[in-house]
Design a protein around this ligand. Sequence first.
Ligand code: DGL
Length: 259
Amino acid sequence: MDDRPIGIFDSGIGGISILNNLKDILPNENFIYLADNKNCPYGSKTKKEILLLSDKNCKKLIEFKCKIIVVACNTATTNSIQELREIISIPIIGIEPGIKPAIKYTKTKNIGVLATENTLNSKLFFKTTNDNKIHDIKIYEQIGYELVNLIEEGSFSKNKLHQLLKSYLNPMINKNIDCLVLGCTHYHFIKTRIKEIIPDKIKIIDTITPVSKHIHNTLKLKKILNRSKNKRYIKVFFNGEKLSEKYIQKEYILDSLEF
Ligand code: DGL
């Protein structure tokens, strides 16, 4: 029995999409979630800044005695996971845009990717794309400028979001994509808005479910699953302005914290 919590961090509420999934498939586990919303968005910061912020978040999670760290942010993963693994001794699992499943799926050989600037510019994203790309497949990348900020606000104007999304998605739709990779955990919360714009035949690919399964398997393999039937806790801490409660489930204990 290992009742140490699972530690998760993101620049804000994006990674809550992974927490929502994980807490269902791991009903005995305790969770500590850090929303670094004081420093949100990560998507336009330098690699060095992202690395420092990720390191700071990991150290805080280690203070909470977490047994594993989930980097619930594509931007932080693609810009810092290799370096973090060199300095942090507990297992670290990240999330990356689902390029591999998209390559497997596409029939039109045109794939769209919507992600932050720093994810798309990262060496890891470049490597994953190049290692897996088949010569005649085209990948159309689009930076989701402003989307993270709007989602963090929670009470955004639906019309503004719709116009922004149309300007990002229509050029990719015109390139005959048959799948759209959501490469940012925040975008999970606007999936329905995205579906309003793209035709039904375009499949949305995000990696929340496979990453959650991978975390489950890692806990099993390392024999650190919590088998205790004691009531578990899920604590969500933020360090900036209050998080939008729209995304916070009843079971979550929400509080502010310096980190
Ligand atoms: N949720 C983060 C991601 O998956 C958002 C990055 C940001 O803060 O810009 O990339």
